[in-house]
Design a binder for this molecule. Structure first.
Ligand code: PMP
Length: 311
């Protein structure tokens, strides 16, 4: 039987087609929601999907929800269970993208406040392949849009309103013939991609912008920091990075749930290193792919196994 699309909304599983919100919803008007992007990776040999770092995603969602003064009905553990049950029911035997969203659900407009506005929680699951072609290094453009500063909008969590900037930047890059946008901070230092964190390799050292450089605290970023330490014996430096350092790097790569580990071949029409996937990027890509599909025993703690139909 073909898998069916279900969502979780207002406390129950419903067919995706019936998961609807009204036009007066607070979050629709004001960006008052916080979301996650999670991958379920199908392992054909095991006959299972592995959801990657599910609990960490819900911990981040809860951090964002607390900033937005949400009162959610579910703990992170309960959200994990809701997600596992939903994926079992959908029965997909392929890679999926899981999109939870906690939002100010009350139909209340002309009301600029967070308190005394009801919240709801929704999970959507869709089949999902490649977001960016990970085989070939991509061409990037430094965006004319700057990454919002944490003084403007909290940047370490996935607050919906932040994504207007990401979307402006990505649209600009694509229209100019590039694959992805790199956003700088207001002071001109490097923050991240439109939907990815950024790492730079130079003389065997790996660096990434730090938490105070307004980047999202990415779960792939954290996984790469662990894999670099465990698999390559390299401690990633978290520090401010100048734009011109990227031009001079041996390798630059982007990381994200959707983008995995994506090598950057070119930035602003300058080749990065050889322009091809560098050796450090390639090793981390391989280690990451093994970990996310449940092929490395050492990182099974990162994987939540789901059998289609419940099994
Ligand atoms: N930065 C931004 C702006 C993002 O949207 C994402 C994707 N969630 C990332 C970085 C990477 O985060 P993660 O590895 O948790 O997917």
């Amino acid at each position: 039987m073909a898998p069916e699309a279900y969502a979780f909304l207002s406390g129950k599983q419903v067919p995706l087609a019936d998961a609807r919100v009204g036009v007066m919803t607070h979050a629709l008007h004001y960006g008052t929601s916080v979301f996650e992007g999670i991958r379920g990776n199908w392992n054909e040999k095991h006959g299972k999907s592995y959801i990657f770092r599910l609990r960490e995603h819900y911990e981040r969602l809860h951090r964002g929800a607390s900033i937005l003064r949400m009162e959610l009905s579910y703990s992170a553990d309960e959200m994990c269970q809701i997600t596992v049950d939903l994926l079992e029911r959908c029965g997909y035997r392929e890679d999926v993208y899981i999109r939870p969203i906690a939002f100010k659900s009350q139909e209340l407009i002309a009301n600029l406040r967070l308190h005394e506005v009801q919240d709801d929680f929704c999970v959507i699951i869709i089949p999902f392949g490649d977001y960016i072609d990970g085989e070939n290094p991509i061409r990037c453009q430094t965006s004319s849009w700057r990454r919002p500063e944490d003084t403007m909008l909290p940047t370490g969590v996935k607050i919906t309103g932040l994504y207007t900037t990401s979307i402006l930047a990505k649209t600009e890059a694509i229209a100019a013939g590039y694959d992805e946008a790199i956003l700088l901070n207001n002071d001109g230092t490097v923050s991240e991609g439109s939907g990815e964190n950024l790492f730079m390799v130079r003389d065997g050292r790996i660096s990434t912008p730090s938490e105070t450089d307004n980047c999202l605290l990415g779960i792939t970023r954290d996984s790469i920091i662990v894999l670099a330490r465990e698999e390559l014996g390299i401690e990633v430096e978290q520090r401010r990075i100048h734009r011109s350092e990227l031009y001079l790097a041996d390798e630059v790569f982007l990381t994200g749930t959707a983008a995995h580990v994506t090598p950057m071949g070119e930035l602003d029409n300058r080749k990065i290193g050889s322009g091809r996937t560098g050796p450090v990027t390639a090793k981390l890509q391989e280690a990451y792919f093994d970990a996310v599909v449940g092929n490395n025993e050492k990182y099974m703690d990162w994987c939540t196994a789901v059998v289609p139909g419940g099994g």
